[in-house]
Design a protein around this ligand. Structure first.
Ligand code: URA
Length: 434
């Protein structure tokens, strides 16, 4: 089989066979198909799409390109979670201990920040001593002892995705539902969970900007998981504005601690409770939706979820005293305030601009491998829809000696809109796919 013929078949709108897809993934992983041919096929897939069957074969070939974690010796149903990425999206850090405190085993492999979106690993690394590079044996020990562990994806997991993702990033071929689905699901299926809850973000700060696209991505990923024998559900959540108030690594850990103490922003707790309820049901800990929701609320308000989080922190080398003393977390030396230029209603607090503002202050990267500043970032003091008066403080910029401050101010000002009338209400949870 000549690979140029495979590219031509997709270019002309034909479906690919399993053998053709296997050839592509194996050749991309071992380098026997050159980057220019891989990129040409990726672009043909972006333009021509893939059937559900082709997407399932692509995912399966990507899973088989590396190792699959075997968690079968850990008792209980293992329920994984993945978010398609957003701004201020700290849900995993609250959700994993919350579901674990309800009796669900939650193995979680996470990523770093990508573009304007933040990464769970960067946030956790702001906790002094916290290790995200556990071996699989250590990961399993923490899972057994605490019920949850959050670590970085190991290099041997779906290596085909690493090659293809790097090519997609520089060939304008990220935006494709089959390619995004296969990329995410290959990593999730390789992690060895028995069930999976997906948080598909939708809106300004998400990869999927409109609800129809977000729904199509959710349907595609649920179909792939189910086809692979992993019970998979998706919740579509709003990412027009950031989730919660804090954007930036240490600032988000502080907000997670507030949420686990029952004192955080309601939207963070609502999304975490909604997803945890689904995880409790998927794990079979409860069979009734209302009983599952009650169990989750009780774990949150009794302090058991906080205790589970701090035990995970300690088991992974971090300082559990952050639960009592937030000053142990990195703090930016300087804080500037953006004030309301006029009175009215906040109609826009656009997530992408605020995410970029946090990144230019140093919370994110401009190049792969660059260090991040864990202390800096943004805190919004108002939410979309709030009534504000002229000069009222709206946004805090936590910075280090002015680094990126002017650019961040401009990005925040452009992300913000105030008008005479309140904006239409937007629900945080936009839909569910089961
Ligand atoms: N996240 C991923 O892991 N892959 C994609 O293709 C997009 C977002």
């Amino acid at each position: 089989m000549r690979f140029v013929d495979v590219i031509a078949r997709k270019r002309d709108g034909h479906g690919l066979s399993r053998e053709e897809i296997d050839l592509f993934v194996a050749g991309a992983t071992d380098g026997s198909i050159p980057d220019y041919q891989c990129s040409a096929l990726l672009m043909a897939i972006v333009l021509r799409g893939m059937t559900d069957q082709e997407t399932a074969w692509l995912t399966d070939a990507m899973v088989r390109s590396g190792d699959r974690v075997d968690l079968s010796d850990i008792p209980g149903t293992k329920v994984g979670k993945h978010s398609t990425g957003g701004v201020g999206d700290k849900v995993s850090i609250v959700l994993a201990p919350l579901a674990a405190a309800c009796g669900v085993v939650v193995p979680k492999m996470s990523g770093r920040g990508l573009g304007h979106t933040g990464g769970t690993l960067d946030k956790l690394e702001s906790i002094p001593g916290f290790r995200i590079d556990l071996t699989i044996a250590e990961f399993k020990r923490v899972l057994r002892e605490v019920g949850t562990s959050i670590i970085g994806q190991t290099a041997s997991l779906a290596p085909a995705d690493k090659t293809l993702y790097a090519l997609r990033d520089v060939t304008a071929t990220i935006e494709s539902i089959p390619l995004i689905s296969a990329s995410i699901m290959s990593k999730k299926l390789a992690e060895g969970s028995n069930a999976l809850v997906l948080d598909v973000k939708c809106g300004d700060g998400a990869f999927m900007k409109d609800p129809a696209q977000a729904r199509a991505l959710a349907v595609s990923m649920v179909a792939i998981g189910t086809h692979a024998g992993v019970r998979t559900e998706a919740v579509i959540t709003d990412m027009e504005s950031p989730l919660g108030c804090a954007i930036g690594n240490s600032l988000e850990i502080i907000e997670c601690l507030h949420t686990l103490k029952g004192e955080g922003p309601p939207d963070v707790a609502d999304v975490a409770v909604r997803l945890a309820t689904r995880m409790v049901l998927l794990a079979g800990v409860e069979t009734d939706q209302r009983a599952a929701a009650r169990r989750v609320e009780d774990a949150l308000h009794s302090g058991r979820a906080l205790d589970t989080f701090l035990r995970m922190v300690e088991a992974q080398g971090g300082n559990p005293r952050i639960g009592d003393d937030l000053k142990l977390l990195p703090q930016a030396p300087d804080v500037d305030i953006i004030r309301a230029p006029r009175a009215g209603y906040v109609t826009q607090l656009r997530a992408e601009g605020l995410g970029r503002a946090s990144n230019v202050l140093g919370a994110g990267r401009t190049k792969v491998g660059e260090p991040v500043d864990h202390a800096v970032g943004i805190v919004t003091r108002v939410t979309r829809g709030a009534r504000v008066e002229v000069d009222q403080p709206l946004i805090e910029l936590h910075h280090r000696e002015g680094r990126g401050l002017e650019a961040a101010r401009e990005l925040c000002a452009a992300a913000l809109a105030i008008a005479d009338q309140p904006p239409p209400h937007r629900d945080k949870v936009l839909g569910e796919i089961r």
